[in-house]
Design a protein. Sequence first.
Lengths: 114, 110
Amino acid sequence: EPEVTQTPSHQVTQMGQEVILRCVPISNHLYFYWYRQILGQKVEFLVSFYNNEISEKSEIFDDQFSVERPDGSNFTLKIRSTKLEDSAMYFCASSPGQGTYEQYFGPGTRLTVT
Amino acid sequence: GQNIDQPTEMTATEGAIVQINCTYQTSGFNGLFWYQQHAGEAPTFLSYNVLDGLEEKGRFSSFLSRSKGYSYLLLKELQMKDSASYLCAVREAGRRALTFGSGTRLQVQP
């Protein structure tokens, strides 16, 4: 069964550094998402992406964050100048398209900012 | 804005049935999802309800009442591997983003 994949599984970075989290959504899906989950807290929506542009974003997704689909398979989240409070599990998700709304999550990247 | 409430923790016995409730308040509702999340893992899609009524899928069923802002997830013939957090999530009209509740941690005991 097709799955969303994410790399790396764990990323440790120093405060102020830039990180890029990578995702390969399910191949025929059209909508892509990033969510985060701070340890012990709820899953929070960051951004959705469709047709090569951002379709929705939350208040968390400020100028520090950006997303890109650099080729036909990858979907990336860049965090510029990381802060301690960016430490969280970052999940990529994808969903098929018009009329179908269930989102399938990848295994996540655990980001630790020191 | 949205408000989603679920019990924090529940305990049930292997082989039994458990019902996990979720209430929500939203300005424009357009679907409710249930996800399972084992500790340290990704949420896994279980069910999606947009119309009132019961949706059954194997041992898991999900119910929705739009007028009451209420849903439940019913798990039958509980197994030890069902020990996990169960997340209720709502989709607002015109959006694809999901807003998640805090989750209900279910402990299945022998």
